[in-house]
Every structure is written in C-alpha cells, then in structure tokens.
Ligand binder design. Structure first.
Ligand SMILES: Nc1ncnc2c1ncn2[C@@H]1O[C@H](COP(=O)(O)OP(=O)(O)OP(=O)(O)O)[C@@H](O)[C@H]1O
Length: 266
C-alpha cells in the first residue's frame, strides 16, 4: 500500500521563478489499486512521480510503502521496490546489451542480489524465456539480440517486464504508451493491465487519454495545482462519461481542464 501525506514541493523558492509543484498532496493507494491520473499541464503529475520515486526529497510530508517510510530513502534503493516506465521507450533499457542481459540486470537489482555469479544462469534463462513468451511478441527467440534492435512497442513491453520481473510494491507509469502507434499502444496497455491484475500490483498511471482514464484500472484521479482535485472509483466511476469527468474537474479545480495533449487526443 502507498500512503503519501501532505506532500509539498516548491521549485526555486524565494525567487521570481518560484513554483509550488506539490501543494499538500495526500493519497492512499491500497494494495492492488490501479489508478489512472489525468490533469492539466503543469498540474504536478510528473513531480508527484518524481517525489515518490525519490528523484528529489520533498520539502514536507511523508511517503510510506506498506510500513516502510521511504520519504528520505535514496532513489537507487527505492528503484528496487518501485518500478517506473516513461513515455520514451528508449529510457530504462541499455540498447547495446542483449534482452537477456537487460533482464538479468533488472532481476539482480530488484532481487537485491549483488552478483550474477551467485545465481544459476541456466535457470534464469528459462525463467526469462517464459516471461518473454507471455508478451506474445516473439522476444523469447531473440534473447541474444541487442535491445537497440527492438521496435518502440517491443522495447516498452520489455521495460514493463523488467520493471515487474520481481513484483514491485508499486508501479509508476508515466504516459508509457503515448509515444507508440495506437495499435501497439493498445497491446502494451493490455499487457500492463494483465500483469498488474495477475500480480496484484499497486499502480499509478498518468495518461492524457480521458477514455483510458475511465476504462483502465479501478480508480481515476484528477490533478491540478499540485493537488488531487477529484478521486473516483467503484460504481460512480463506472457510470461516468468523459464529459462528467471534465465537469468534476471544473468543480474541484475551479477552472476548465487545460491540457493541450488531452485536447488533441480523441
Ligand atoms: N525541476 C524543476 N524546476 C523548476 N520547476 C519545475 C521543475 N519540475 C517541474 N517544475 C514546475 O512544476 C510544475 C509541475 O510540473 P510537472 O512537470 O510535474 O507537471 P505535469 O502535470 O507533469 O505537466 P505536463 O502534463 O505538462 O507534463 C510546473 O509548473 C513545472 O514548470
């Protein structure tokens, strides 16, 4: 379970460029919750993810994963328990290393093993093969190939596998299908939903697609001005249309949702 309370983060404090990016943000995400996050430009979505992942320490507030206080845990340590995917499929994999090597590194990091020599490579290979075959992209037959040869969709699917090869306590998806063509994006989203559901992973997903925000997972969060202005799940969510969501945003934020990417998407 993720529990963040009263998070605050101000950039360039005390200067003309001062910006309050997280403004007393609190959220509890129970085990297995899969919440989609939408919001205006500059709402603080990426900053929220950066705060959770430990890219910086927050100015105020607490971040707990289960009973573990990670508020001041260094980023490299959090990366063992928090999986993260970015919009750019090139991030998160080493292009000159093979699929198998990339998976091995992800596995060793998340499992806490420090040396590949303590493990049986043959056993790992079988495990990785099984995992790759579940992607249905034929990658299990290309384990010796460098990752740089993969398409964007294949690479993002591999990154998803790497982020979940050891089940993380939390998965952060930052518009991870936005750079893919619609068909590939759908495939990667289906895979995401399957892995998250089967492994019961708590997951936060930023999206600019309002339909996805209502259809995927079990909860929708809307952000504006560094806080959550609307939070819906259950039957209320199931009955909502995109227009309802926009109306609720206006109520919570006090202004129309202003996000050029949302407006440009269907
Ligand atoms: N490192 C930084 N230094 C200064 N200001 C920053 C920094 N990172 C973010 N900000 C500012 O904080 C605010 C929140 O930014 P953030 O990137 O989190 O928004 P977002 O919701 O992800 O926006 P978008 O949907 O446009 O990507 C913005 O005003 C942004 O300019």
């Amino acid at each position: 379970m993720l529990r963040v309370s009263h998070l605050k983060k101000t950039f360039n404090e005390g200067t003309v460029n001062e910006k309050v990016a997280l403004n007393d943000l609190s959220l509890t995400l129970p085990d297995g919750d899969f919440a989609a996050i939408v919001g205006s430009n500059g709402a603080g979505k990426s900053t929220f993810f950066n705060a959770i992942a430990g890219s910086f320490y927050v100015d105020d507030g607490e971040i707990f994963l289960d009973d573990l206080d990670i508020t001041f845990m260094p980023e490299h340590k959090r990366s063992r328990i928090i999986g993260r995917l970015f919009q750019d499929p090139l991030l998160g994999t080493a292009p000159h290393m093979t699929i198998e090597e990339n998976l091995t590194i992800a596995y060793l990091r998340a499992s806490g093993h420090t040396s590949a020599f303590s493990r049986s490579a043959a056993k790992d290979r079988i495990f990785f093969r099984e995992q790759l075959s579940e992607l249905h992209m034929g990658l299990e037959d290309r384990m010796e190939q460098p990752v740089g040869l993969l398409s964007g969709g294949q690479r993002q699917a591999l990154t998803l596998l790497m982020a979940t090869v050891v089940t993380p306590k939390l998965l952060l998806l930052d518009e991870h299908t936005a750079a893919l063509d619609p068909k590939t994006a759908e495939k990667v989203l289906d895979l995401t939903a399957k892995i998250v559901r089967e492994r019961h992973i708590s997951c936060l997903m930023v999206t600019h697609n309002m339909h996805q925000a209502l259809a995927l997972g079990n909860r929708t969060l809307m952000m504006d001005g560094g806080r959550i202005v609307f939070d819906v799940s259950g039957e209320t969510r199931a009955a909502m249309t995109v227009q309802d969501l926009l109306d609720q945003f206006k109520k919570g934020a006090g202004s129309e949702l202003n996000n050029d990417r949302i407006l440009l998407s269907e």
